[in-house]
Design a protein around this ligand. Structure first.
Ligand code: MN
Length: 233
């Protein structure tokens, strides 16, 4: 069928060691998946078991990616833009009501991501009981490194996850501290929406989130996956 105007540009993330890119469909994010971060947000008084996972999303075209240093536009409507370093799962398969035991077979690869958050706007939304959307799903709010295929790196379930700003480390955690593991996240999310190839899942951030300003350089990494550099302008 013809269109009444040109269809949207397909967001794409480079794949390490491959010619073809990863076509992004949707971006799902898990909230408060590390107890130390839930605590720093005032959302968890003490570690008494894990709360059920909850999700929010960003549009696929919120993804900003590329080879080498990624240029990221500082967004409007905030004076407190926060970084959240996260392990990103890139799905090559899909389905609904996926069993935990089957979930990892959907994964094409992994990347390092930064879930950028307008923290001031999010705090106001929480206070008023409003949706988080505009504090999370704005343009260039999902910074993603190149994707490393499972065929090359396997399935990382432990190892350092860290982020620094201008050379000073701010977030320093371990994947093993995730409250909900990757397979559980996929299974749970697939009970809410039918997952599809091209979906990205941000799996939550460890403690140490904080502000970035124009000119800052973020360096971040996940052991066994890769790293990422992003400069804000
Ligand atoms: Mn996050």
């Amino acid at each position: 069928m013809d269109y009444v105007f040109a269809p949207p540009h397909q967001p794409v993330v480079p794949v390490a060691g491959a010619k073809g890119g990863f076509p992004v469909r949707r971006v799902f994010c898990v909230g408060r998946n590390y107890a130390d971060h839930a605590r720093e947000m005032g959302a968890l008084a003490q570690a008494e078991g894990r709360e059920p996972p909850f999700f929010f999303s960003k549009p696929g075209d919120a993804v900003v990616s590329g080879e080498g240093e990624i240029a990221v536009a500082y967004p409007p409507a905030t004076a407190n833009l926060h970084h959240e370093v996260e392990l990103v799962v890139a799905l090559g398969g899909g389905g609904a009501f996926v069993a935990v035991d089957h979930a990892k077979s959907l994964i094409f690869g992994y990347a390092v991501g930064i879930d950028l958050t307008r923290r001031d706007m999010q705090a106001l939304a929480k206070e008023k009981g409003h949706p988080w959307d505009m504090s999370k799903g704005f343009d260039q709010s999902a910074v993603v490194s190149g994707i490393h295929p499972v065929t090359a790196i396997g399935h990382p379930d432990r190892g350092r996850i860290w982020l620094g700003v201008n050379g000073a480390v701010r977030q320093d955690g371990d994947l093993s501290a995730m409250s909900w593991k990757v397979a559980e996240i996929i299974a749970n999310l697939s009970s809410l929406v039918a997952l599809a190839p091209g979906d990205l899942v941000f799996t939550g951030t460890p403690a140490g989130v904080g502000p970035v300003v124009r000119g800052d350089l973020i360096e971040a990494g996940v052991a066994g996956v890769g790293d990422l550099r992003a400069r804000f302008y």
